[in-house]
Design a protein around this ligand. Sequence first.
Ligand code: HEM
Length: 301
Amino acid sequence: MMPMGTGAPTTNRKGRTATRNVEETAMSHDADATPHLDFAGTTPYEDYVQADVLTHLQKPRSDDPGEMVFLVTTQVMELWFTVIVHEWETASRALDEGRVPVALDALKRSVRELEALNASWRPLGQLTPAQFNAYRGALGEGSGFQSAMYRRMEFLLGEKSASMLVPHRGAPRVHAELEKALQQPSLYDAVLRLLARRGFPVPAEVLERNLARRYEPSAAVEAVWTEIYRDPENHAEPARLGEALTDVAELVWRWRNDHLVATRRAMGAKVGTGGSAGVAWLEKRARNHVFPELWTARSHV
Ligand code: HEM
């Protein structure tokens, strides 16, 4: 059942024109009613989902039958990145406005979405080098390293880097979106600003840091989280926020590790299509923990 048909005139099997709305749909007891078949133009489903566009965006570059799932999994992950960026931007805005429950809802949705994202590794997790080689050459220098939406996720997590804009100089819209994301406060900045407004001693140098730079861990912020985790009853909302962010951080770390293991299985220690040292480079990247003080504070509680 799609939500988009409400209120639109439709023609049913018997040729009767009906204006269906939510109430009417909810009250229908006609067990023989069948779905509507006749539409003047494209279906309301198509108008909403654009499935025709979406399912014609797959252009494999080799004759290998295994390439299709590689391409579609990558596209599916791009879509999840897009939803997750949307949730984290929603959460950041809500935090700026002091609406913590709205931020928590968005963060919790993103946790379920990250789980779905990570489950998408399944079709690619056990590729053998021969299977991957069957289409690897067709990828040329293409690499997930060049994913702009992944960079927006990283920027929102506080992992800012101006050099990550360089590959996108030739794509004005993508570059402009990334530039904006680089300059804007990250999700973690929004959390720390909220904690400061609530009276926690977040130092000025953290609050006024250069937003376009990677977030560096601070002993004072670690002490703030320690205080919150020591007394979650008195700091219920910040504690819930801390745990939601920890869920996010854990699942991001899991994505990176699943990617690393899939890569090691598919290509061993060969160099990446994007030009990096491959697994050795990814290992270094996977060592980073997002929201660092949320992990280190635990040693002091
Ligand atoms: C088994 C298939 C895959 C292999 C062997 C693989 C391999 C690699 C390698 C070697 C790198 C390092 C950069 C380079 O030199 O290319 C990389 C980076 C990356 N890949 Fe994959 N990849 C695979 C699947 C995917 C998929 C499905 C996605 C989803 C979009 C993806 C997203 C990324 C991202 C975002 C990076 C950058 C990571 C970072 O900057 O820390 N990869 N990949």
